[in-house]
Design a protein around this ligand. Structure first.
Ligand code: GLU
Length: 510
């Protein structure tokens, strides 16, 4: 697997003019955009867009005056510039770590390596982490980090030096710590970068017995947890299953309550988009009718082989020339094609007030952070489209990060203590059934009963349960207040209620 293929989402970008962006500088390319860089001409910035959605939800809640302002503001922003020497040349890199909230600690959120990274984007993403953690009962505050860099321009050993140096800077200022601030993968980073960060922390803080909990999303062989790498995509699958189980939502969408044969369009085949598409097509029999990438799209009404598209992308760097389906150069147009579910799994601000009126999907499932702007959200809702919000749908990553952090501070793999005893109990049950009846339990059921859960089973069960519970909480909010009839507002209301309670119970810090 190439290093890039393990990234949460792929970092290569094309801006609205069809120009590739690298280290903040546009470079010329003839590619047609399928994933566009966040647009500069919105009347709201990404951070303002998130803030407006939060304010809208807050208008349904009573809270002490001034508290919303505190909840909305980032608590701390650290910007750092540092040099790395390559031969005779010094290159200066700039990065950020934003702590949005600390009503629970540690603060949690990924580190993004991408040319578009800046302070405002990092602040908006950190805010989303606050609400995401609260919604899915991950007892952490919100944070986010980023480095303005195009990782595809550097060799693995150069990236290692850059990442290690960035980590040193963040650790030195308390912006990476198992008890205060715990990064994870995001766009342009993956398990490899997390292993480097953990190694730097361990060497700088050798007496910290919980050193491995300083970062999550590590390789399983480096203190990671089974199922973390695919967790965000898995959470998208579980979240969509919840929607399809909800008869009221299904009635509203005009779809029947099964994912089988549903026509799905995915924007972005990075780690999140790839796993979501793979699981939905292989396990729920949904049809992936289009995959949109930075250089266009591939489409097939019969459904695409997601693994084959991914394999081509690994070799070719995009979907151009992909033998699967039909190549369409105008990726942006495919976003607007007829489908049941549209899954933006790339970047923020992909559906804006400009293209929202032309989106035909019945359900927009936000696997990326902030792919629908506040303006577009209103337009889509008015047109009857159901939006499954990012803070719910892509929470799988941070949920399993939480499990990894618990594993690290407990210093034991999940299932290690109880698995064998569960297996013995299952065997006893089968034997008891056989001894009191003259019928035999089927081999499949016997195998299931005799098998104790391993770490992956436990992680999946915890994630499934979390997605189910959070969905129920959103549903309850909509049932209790008939002014709230969209999942995003419901999600923010659930999250805000929990954050407000935490602040009120903590009292006023001196
Ligand atoms: N970067 C992921 C997100 O945006 C995961 C964060 C984490 O695991 O801390 O949710």
């Amino acid at each position: 697997m190439s290093p890039e293929s393990s990234f949460e989402t792929e970092p290569q970008l094309i801006n609205g003019n069809g120009r590739a962006i690298a280290d903040g500088r546009p470079t010329s390319t003839s590619a047609a955009p399928g994933i566009v860089a966040p647009q500069e001409d919105h009347h709201l910035s990404f951070a303002q867009s998130v803030s407006r959605m939060v304010n809208q939800a807050a208008s349904f809640l009573a809270m002490p005056s001034g508290l919303l302002e505190q909840i909305q503001k980032a608590n701390a922003v650290y910007q750092v510039s540092f040099p790395v020497r390559f031969g005779d040349e010094y290159k200066v890199f700039t990065g950020w770590r934003v702590v949005h909230s600390e009503h629970r600690l540690p603060a949690k959120g990924g580190i993004r390596f991408a040319p578009i990274v800046d302070q405002h984007e990092t602040e908006a993403l950190a805010a989303l982490m606050t609400f995401k953690c609260a919604l899915v009962d991950v007892p952490f505050g919100g944070a986010k980090g980023g480095l303005a860099i195009d990782p595809s321009r550097y060799s693995p050993s150069e990236l290692e030096r850059i990442t290690r140096r960035f980590a040193r800077e963040l650790i030195a200022k308390g912006f990476i710590s198992p008890s205060l601030n715990v990064p994870a993968p995001d766009m342009g980073t993956g398990p490899r970068e997390m292993a480097w960060i953990a190694d730097v922390y361990r060497s700088q803080c050798p007496s910290d017995i919980n050193a491995m909990a300083c970062v999550t999303g590590k390789p399983v062989t480096q203190g990671g947890i089974a199922g973390r790498h695919e967790a965000t995509g898995r959470g998208v699958q579980y979240g969509l299953r919840e929607i399809f189980r909800d008869t009221k939502m299904m009635k509203r969408s005009g779809l029947d309550g099964s994912l089988r044969d549903k026509r799905i369009i995915i924007q972005g085949l990075g780690n999140v988009g790839f796993h979501a598409a793979k699981f939905l097509s292989e396990e729920d029999s949904a049809r992936i009718i289009a995959i949109i990438e930075h250089d266009g799209a591939v489409v097939s009404d019969d459904g695409l082989d997601v693994e084959a598209v991914r394999a081509h992308m690994k070799k070719a760097g995009g979907v151009t020339g992909c033998p699967e389906g039909t190549y369409v150069s105008n990726g942006a147009q495919v976003l607007e094609a007829e489908c049941d579910v549209l899954i933006p799994a790339a970047l923020e601000e992909q559906i804006t007030r400009e293209n929202a009126p032309r989106i035909k999907a019945r359900i927009v499932a936000e696997a990326a952070n902030g792919p629908v702007t506040a303006d577009a959200d209103e337009i889509l809702r008015r047109r009857g489209c159901i939006i499954v919000p990012d803070i719910y749908l892509n929470a799988g990553g941070v949920v399993v990060s939480y499990f990894e952090w618990i594993k690290n501070i407990s210093h034991i793999r999940f299932g290690r203590l109880g698995r064998r005893s569960d297996e013995l109990r299952g065997s006893d049950l089968v034997d008891a059934l056989h001894s009191v009846t003259d019928r035999r339990v089927s081999d499949t059921l016997q195998n299931r009963l005799r098998r104790g859960p391993d770490e992956l089973d436990i992680v999946r069960s915890g994630l499934d349960d979390t997605m189910r519970q959070a969905y129920l909480e959103m549903k309850l909010v909509m049932e209790e207040d008939d002014r709230i009839d969209d999942l995003r507002t419901a999600a923010f209301v659930v999250a805000l209620k929990k954050i407000v309670t935490a602040y009120e119970q903590l009292g006023c810090t001196p």
